[in-house]
Design a protein around this ligand. Sequence first.
Ligand SMILES: Cc1cc2nc3c(=O)[nH]c(=O)nc-3n(C[C@H](O)[C@H](O)[C@H](O)COP(=O)(O)OP(=O)(O)OC[C@H]3O[C@@H](n4cnc5c(N)ncnc54)[C@H](O)[C@@H]3O)c2cc1C
Length: 392
Amino acid sequence: MTSGAPVAGASWDVVVVGAGPAGCAVAITLAGFGWRVLLVEARAAPRFKLGESIAPGAVGLVRQFLGPSADVLDRVAAGFRTAGNVSLWAGAQPDTTDFFYTPAGHGLCVDRLAFDQALRDRATAAGATLVGGRFVSCVRQVDGLSRWRVTLDQAQAQAQAGGACVHQARFLVDASGRVAVVGRALGVACQPLDGLFAYAQWYDSAMPDQDVYTRIESGPLGWWYSNRLPGAAARRLLVFHTDHDLPAARQAAHQAGFDALLQASTHLRPLLRDKGYAADGSRPVRGAPAGSQRLQAFGGPDWLAAGDAAQAYDPLSSQGIWKALDSGSEAGHQVHYQLQAAVPAGRPQSQVQQYLDGQALRWDRYVLQRNFYYAQQDRWREGAFWQRRRGD
Ligand SMILES: Cc1cc2nc3c(=O)[nH]c(=O)nc-3n(C[C@H](O)[C@H](O)[C@H](O)COP(=O)(O)OP(=O)(O)OC[C@H]3O[C@@H](n4cnc5c(N)ncnc54)[C@H](O)[C@@H]3O)c2cc1C
């Protein structure tokens, strides 16, 4: 919370809210074009973030944004290339999707916190200014060329004057993830497609584990995935997905219930047992929203949303980081051309419109794909989780 009079901040070409993959991609792109970019991040040092498996289609973008140094990729992925997915989805027999036949030939599994930090480092190296602070509100002043007044709750400003900090910007980008704080502050509704929630637990083993596949398993109450994480020691992430309002969600939120649900697994439970894995007792099960959702409008005059803020996908798609980098890159380019055009307030912004049209197409394609995959799973006709998805 802030108190006292606001502190005057600086004047920027673009304020980007959120320094996840999408915000960093926007900032790197725009700073590379020479624009003055303020990148605002509420969580200076996050302790956990889900989403570590990078699809083969995104490997080129990851290399582009992390830069040519092999060291950086090694730091975030420890040389860990993934070879594909093994899924027990539509049937009880494992089905393997091999990444060998993709253009990259492999995916990546990254240390997610190190990955986000490496992107932030690249954004500041490109010339963006990264500040710790929380977006509070924004007002667009239309006077010839329009300008935003963006109020941040900045730790530094608080220490100095105990108040909020007001920055000025020509353009505003919402890259705040699923919370879409800018879009919501502007009155844009967030439209959820479902109430999917993810419950995660980390497992350790003293035995070697050379598994290079993402493991996916559907069950009567929802579905699981597991990845081996990069690093010398054997460590796995195991995630259960179900709808937030179903009894299985309450069960999965606690270790004993999580373990009980895992007992019904025919693939992952034996895999963990045979490799000597035990739950990391120092961490509780962590829950996070994982449903499909979109902002009703992906942007408007002098603002855009990128990454999960614009549209967030079911983890089944494994496209979250890909989409964040891709839409961040596209948003950065379109904002660049829009700023160059210096269109007077009230006139159509063709670059913004192009971006909005592209996002709408992307969402339609995603929904078709999501529905197709859930329709493939036909084994548990009685379960509410699956019935809801077949009814979509
Ligand atoms: C269970 C689960 C598993 C997943 N697995 C995968 C996977 O294997 N592969 C994959 O590609 N994707 C996966 N994803 C999705 C992926 O993690 C996201 O799509 C990706 O992080 C989106 O990036 P982003 O930059 O849009 O948003 P985020 O990474 O969420 O970044 C948004 C940033 O904005 C900041 N912020 C929020 N509010 C404010 C504010 N008021 N002021 C300032 N800053 C703010 C946040 O602190 C955050 O750092 C998974 C997601 C879930 C839930």
